[in-house]
Design a protein around this ligand. Structure first.
Ligand SMILES: [Zn+2]
Length: 249
């Protein structure tokens, strides 16, 4: 199993401990996300220290206030590290207006451009901003592999499938009331399916309310396997294959 999206630097226990617990749970690879300059440093350090960890580097929309070209150059320099396998997470978040929308958009556009230039996948965060997010991606992200992290647009699943976006399901798909999301997890084509924890957020149902960690991706994967009427082992192999293709490991 793999955890295609976690924030090791925001989790409380040290990365080494989390990785060990993940390994014990059968999680062979983790992608940790650097969301701003300091966080990028920490994600590169974790990937440098731990064989099973790769890095995703970018500027989170909640931290996009004042984003300028120099910020894009910093991400570009970080992405030269061979441990970096994607740009992001980037996108638009109108739920938590942590940064002005114009800044979020500028940061998003710059990171789409970077992903294209560097031939890296783009990890996208979108919350209550699907219309604008999908419009920008349609206009600017042609030819880029898109990963919709913490997939939360079940009403746009058809569009995602048409455009070939990877749909990465997080712990919220396991919540009893998430019926639409569960239906999307059932219907998404094999080749577009990924799973993640988004640790330390969104702990899956069996450990809901606690701080999340990469080892818990197995709970989300188990639920998705159940929804798709497949065995855990088959889902594991599928997700590993998809992640290996997208993140090139
Ligand atoms: Zn995240």
């Amino acid at each position: 199993m793999v955890d295609t999206h976690c924030h090791l630097d925001l989790c409380e226990p040290p990365a080494a401990e989390l990785i060990e617990r993940a390994e014990a749970a059968g999680v062979t690879r983790l992608a940790t996300v650097g969301t701003g300059p300091d966080s990028i440093e920490r994600s590169l350090a974790a990937a440098g220290e731990h064989e099973r960890v790769v890095a995703i580097v970018g500027r989170h929309p909640n931290f996009a206030a004042g984003f300028v070209d120099a910020d894009a150059r910093l991400i570009e320099r970080a992405a030269a590290d061979p441990a970096v396998r994607a740009i992001g997470e980037t996108g638009l978040d109108y739920y938590r207006d942590g940064a002005p929308r114009a800044d979020q958009r500028r940061a998003f556009e710059a990171q789409i451009e970077l992903a294209a230039e560097l031939s890296l996948p783009l990890v996208v965060h979108t919350r209550e901003a699907e219309e604008d997010t999908f419009a920008l991606l349609a206009a600017l992200a042609d030819g880029i592999t898109i990963v919709l992290h913490c997939f939360s647009a079940p009403d746009r699943l058809e569009q995602c499938v048409e455009r070939g976006y990877m749909c990465s399901f997080a712990g919220n798909v396991t919540y009893p009331k998430a019926l639409e999301l569960q239906d999307a997890a059932r219907r998404v084509p094999d080749e577009l399916l990924l799973v993640e924890t988004d640790s330390p957020y969104l702990a899956p149902q069996p450990v809901r309310g606690k701080r999340n960690e990469p080892a818990n991706v197995r709970h989300t994967a188990a639920r998705v396997a159940e929804l798709r009427g497949t065995s855990y082992e088959q889902l594991d192999a599928l997700v590993e294959r998809n992640a290996a293709r997208v993140f090139r490991w």
